[in-house]
Each structure stands twice: as C-alpha cells, then as structure tokens.
Design a protein. Structure first.
Length: 663
C-alpha cells in the first residue's frame, strides 16, 4: 500500500547506474547555495555523515486537482558515508510529473560543478514484490560529493492529488541547520496544521493567502540499538487544506472517521463476489465442521494460494483491485488480499473490515492527527457470537462491532488467530461501516511467543560435551525461522540457524544430527532437533573441572553499556517467554563441589529466573526469560541495564566438579 514519505529519495545506486557518467560542467552554483559557504554548522556528533544546511519546500495549490511543489536542498558532506547525498531520486508517475531538475557541487577547492535534468537517468520503482508499477524515479548523480564539499539540488513537481493534504518531514537522521515549508493557497481556501513530535510553530502569514513555517537547528535522529523505527520518532507537520466552504471530495483526512469514508468510497464495488469465488468457498468449507474450521481454510487459501504481488497504477497505490480479479489472477498486494478475504468470508456469513496500519510501530499513535500515515492493510474479522477458541488471541472487544479478530493474509507463516510483533500494540484505522476509527491492536501474551529448549547432555573426563537438543518455537520466534529457511533447498543451509546458535555459545562444535519440525505446518509449533559435540567444553583447573550449566543461548545484551545517555525507548519486537531446561551428566569419578546461585530478577518490563540443582550424577539447569512489555521508557533504561548485567553474570557462572572423595 502506497504511503506518504519524503518526496526525494537518497539512493544506494546499483552497479549499472554507477556506470552512467553525467556530463558535469564547470558552472556557478546558484546564489542560494553560495550563501551557505562558511556558515556556522549546527551541533553534531563525530559520527554525523552530513548536515542539511538548507531546505526549502514550496507547495502551491492551484486547484483541487493540481498542486505544484518546488524544493531546494543543500548538504555539507562531513564523512565518506555522506556521499549518498550526492545521488537523488525524484519519483514520478502518471499523476506526477517533473517540471525541472538540477544539481550542483561546490567543492572546498576548485570550480563548481553543475548537472542538469538531461544528465539524469530514469529507473523503474518496481520493488521485488511488485509485478508492475507506473511509478519511476529520475536519478541524478552530483559529482564530487566528498567530505568538505557542499552538494545541492533543486526540482519542481506538478501532481494531481488524491487528497488535499501534505507533510513536512523536517527531521531526519542528519542534523538540519535551516528548513522552511511554504504553502500558497487559492484565495478563500483554508488550512489546518498538526504537529507530530514537535511543539506547534506558528507560520508567517503573507499576502495572497501564503504561509511559511521555519525551523532552525533541528537535531538529527541519532541511531540507537533497539530503538523504535526512526519513522516513528521523526518529527513532522501534517497540513490539510480545503476550498472555501470546507467541502471537497478530497479533504476527508481532516478526521479519522472521514478518512474511513474516503477509503470506503475507494473500495466501492470491489467486494462483489463471483460464481468462481462462491464455488471456491463451498469447496473449502466442504466437510469442515463449524465456522472456525471454515474460516481457517479461507485464511490458509489466502496465505498460500494467492501470491503477494503488487501492481501499482495511479490511484491503485491506495485502491484495491476487485475481489473477482484477485481470485482469478491468484495474486495481489495487501489490500487486494484483504479484499478477497472479506468477500470469501461474507459468502459464509461472516463480516470483516479493512484495517490500515503502518508496520513501523509509532508512526501512527492515539495522539496522531488524522493523516495518511499507513503503508499496509490487514483484516479485522467479526467473530460469530460464542466463538471463543483459545487459538484466537489477536482479539479486540469493540463496543459496537463485538469481538474482532485481526489477521494479516499476506503473512504466510503466522497462524490464523495471531498477528506478528510489529502489528501488536500498534494503531490501525478500522474501516467500519460508520467510517474510520483509530484502534489499538492487541498485545498477545508472552506465552504465545518464545523458545522452549530442552537438552540431555554428558561431559566426559576430557571435557567434551555431547548430547541432544530439542527446540520448540512459537509466535514470532517460529515465524522468523520459517521465513529464513522456507525456500532454502540445501539441507546444509537449513541448519545454519543451528550453527549460528551453537557458534554464539560454544568455542567449537560439531553437529552430528539435525532435523526440522513443522516447517510448513504453521498451525503447529516450529522446531529443531539436533545433536552435537563440543571438545574441551569443561575447563580444567588443577584437578577440578569447570562446567557452565548455561550451555546454549545468550539473553544478555550490552546495548546500554555506553557513555552516551539513552534518548529513545528500548523497543522489543514482541513480548516473549523463553525457557531452557538442561540436564548434564557429569563424568564418572567426579562429584559436584559448587553450584551457581539461583537468580530471581523481576521488573515490570521483564523477568529472569534461573536455578541449578544436582541429583546424583546429573546437573539440572533451568531458566526462564520473559519480556512483558514491548517498550521500555528511557526512565527505566538503568533498570534494564542492571537486568542485563544480572543475566550476563548468570550466563558466565560455572559449576565446579572435583574428583569423588577429594577435599
């Protein structure tokens, strides 16, 4: 589903495009760029690759059917990675054309360079999952984007808008020295601006119904491990505009309810069934007892029999194809698959609704102003009265519509009844009969996601550890592994996740046997069953042997062991509960002299419990690691650091073995 974004894209260009050499000419850069030479830079850290010295976006609304945009931007390159700013890609399609495009470089020494639109190359914007798209990108490479130099560009677009709204994305990864956004409206038109992540700034009002917003010294978004998606923390302004009288078919985005009506209009007639769809539903339902079994069959059909392929033509970035066409072709994108699923469910008497969502959690929140901030579409199914099966966990009790089950038919490996982590505790726009409504999707219990790992192992007198391990994975832990190896053909490649796990925990190992459980049976837990041996696992210390009871798996993290204070919350992919249960048989002639202490660490966001016991010649190690909340605020970062340190200490602890009978 097409989403709003920064109109100009900075590209990592492929080898074929790098072969294109622009006809760079010595020529003066414009005065607006030369005025930036020698300006004082905003505060930045040593890892900053570039600074956006100047950005000016002018949006001119000609009419409800025509909007022009003029953009000027210039960067000071500070580090080699900042060279990416020397390549820009401006999108265009049947509804948006490029009127002009220029680029310049002002070297620290030497003459200016200029590149023009004729030096650019056009490339398709088709992604891997798209079959065809009318969207293209005009790519311009500015010469010498080297550290110390200034690169800038200027372009103008004219587009036919699908709705009367725009975004000013004034914050990015690089710090910004000066940025402006101007809006020119026809006489009599009005506007409404809303701010996300930034206090409101009043515009300078000029004659002729013109406004300009200005900001200086906007901090860059410094990357932090396990931070929320940067799109979800970047500040921006959303501005809606509408003709005199406030009525237009394109200003429904002034409210979530209105946006829902707008989307309903786009889907009008698309949910109509066909004889072929009716026949397919009857075939899928044949022999199935109860509504749930029939719904599961339809979900499986959408997941595995309808390929995820996108065809984007104009409004097709927002509007789904007709259900009959999606069924006939057996492919479609997210909104197409959601459309066909609604139609098939309706054939068996079950209502369902579109849900628009942004997979980058935090991009849309309960406090967000109404705007087109979505990039994905899923389905909310109205469960029949009395359907309370325990497999249906992604459920929300709606005050008017009853019990709603959320499901993503594009997700091939998440079982019906569940949703993956990036959709949980995320806000989506429910396209209900009465219009749009922003709802928070449920957070699934930690017991629905995680790894249960059991092992029966032995240590011989030389210190070699060998034995068998069984892993059962559920939720996102199963989903990620299924995706990783689903299309892998070689058995040697399929066991790479096992090799990665063993390599992260053991200095040496040899896998003697390995198998995969329930790779394609997504309704069943995924699993690994493998045997291995590791030489010199137990370490000699005189006549003693040191054995680490925590054989496999690392739960501690050092992401907070930095000098810089944390700025963003720590975000987990999802809640989870991991359990390890290891039995280690010690060598004959040895006995346990000392065991690691039990650990019980409990916080509101997570918990960790471990204990090591001995019975006869067997050491029994058990631990449980649980993530209870999907986000830890900065105020609790120190507690999380302590939590990880406690885990790290436990993971390093050894049991001490001594010769039997010795003192």
């Amino acid at each position: 589903m097409r989403a709003t974004s920064r109109i100009v894209t900075l590209l990592g260009i492929s080898a074929c495009l790098l072969a294109v050499t622009p006809n760079a000419l010595a020529g003066d850069a414009p005065s607006w760029m030369h005025s930036l030479v020698g300006v004082q830079l905003p505060t930045y850290d040593e890892k900053t690759d570039a600074v956006l010295l100047y950005s000016d976006t002018n949006v001119t609304v000609v009419s409800a059917d025509k909007v022009r945009m003029h953009v000027r931007e210039a960067y000071k390159i500070l580090r080699p990675n900042g060279r990416d700013h020397g390549t820009i890609a401006v999108p265009f399609d049947s509804n948006m054309k490029i009127l002009n495009l220029h680029g310049w470089c002002i070297p620290a020494q030497g003459k200016d360079y200029e590149v023009k639109e004729k030096d650019a190359v056009d490339a398709s914007a088709v992604a891997d999952f798209e079959l065809f798209s009318d969207e293209k990108k005009r790519i311009l490479r500015i010469p010498a984007p080297d550290p110390g130099n200034i690169v800038g560009y200027e372009f103008e677009l004219e587009r036919r808008p699908y709705f009367l709204q725009d975004e000013w994305s004034f914050q990015e990864m690089d710090p910004v020295r000066e940025t402006h956004f101007s809006l020119q409206l026809p006489v009599g038109w009005a506007y409404k601006s809303s701010w996300i992540g930034h206090s409101e700034v009043k515009p300078e009002e000029r004659s002729g119904n013109s406004l300009q917003w200005s900001l200086t010294d906007v901090q860059g978004i410094r990357w932090e491990p396990d931070m929320p998606p940067w799109r979800g923390v970047a500040s921006k302004m959303v501005v809606s505009f509408f003709p005199s009288g406030g009525t237009s078919q394109k200003n429904e985005l002034l409210s979530w309810e209105g946006m829902g009506v707008w989307y309903q209009n786009l889907t009008s007639g698309r949910l109509e069934s066909s004889d072929a769809i009716k026949k397919e539903v009857n075939t899928l339902a044949s022999g199935k007892q109860g509504q749930l079994a029939k719904m599961q069959e339809i979900a499986d059909f959408l997941q595995h029999q309808v390929r995820y392929v996108e065809i984007t033509l104009g409004i097709g970035g927002f509007q789904p194809h007709a259900a009959a066409d999606v069924y006939s072709h057996r492919y479609g994108d997210c909104k197409d698959k959601a459309t066909l699923m609604q139609t098939m469910l309706r054939e068996m008497g079950v209502d369902s609704y579109y849900v628009l969502i942004n997979v980058y959690r935090g991009s849309v929140t309960k406090d967000s102003p109404p705007h087109n901030g979505f990039n994905h579409a899923i389905t909310a199914i109205r469960l029949p009265d009395g359907m309370n099966d325990p497999s249906l966990v992604a459920v929300l009790q709606h005050p008017k519509l009853g019990k709603l089950l959320f499901f993503d038919p594009t997700d091939r490996v998440t079982p019906f009844g569940q949703i993956r982590g990036d959709l949980q505790s995320n806000f989506g726009l429910l396209i209900a009969p009465q219009g749009g409504e922003l709802v928070e999707l449920p957070q699934q219990p930690s017991s629905m996601n995680g790894i249960l790992r059991t092992a029966k192992l032995t240590v011989d007198p030389t210190g070699t550890l060998r034995g068998n391990v069984k892993e059962t994975r559920m939720g996102d832990s199963a989903r990620s592994e299924r995706y990783r190896i689903r299309d892998v053909e070689k058995d040697s490649d399929r066991i790479k996740p096992i090799e990665s796990l063993l390599g992260g925990s053991l200095t040496n190992f040899h896998i003697t046997k390995a198998s995969i459980l329930n790779l394609t049976q997504t309704s069943q837990p995924f699993g690994f069953d493998y045997s291995f041996e590791s030489e010199r696992y137990a370490k000699s210390a005189g006549n003693l042997l040191l054995v680490r009871p925590r054989v496999l798996g690392v739960k501690s993290l050092g992401i907070l062991e930095t000098k810089e204070p944390r700025k963003f919350p720590i975000q987990f992919e999802s809640t989870r509960r991991d359990t390890d249960d290891f039995e280690i048989t010690i060598p004959a002639g040895y006995e346990v002299d000392d065991l690691p202490p039990a650990v019980d660490s409990e916080y509101s966001f997570a918990s960790y419990h471990s204990k090591t016991e001995v019975k006869g010649q067997t050491i029994h190690y058990q631990r449980t690691f649980e993530v209870k909340e999907m986000s830890v605020p900065v105020a609790q970062a120190d507690d999380l650091k302590k939590f990880y340190r406690i885990i790290a200490s436990d993971e390093r602890n050894n049991a001490v073995l001594k010769p039997a009978g010795s003192k």
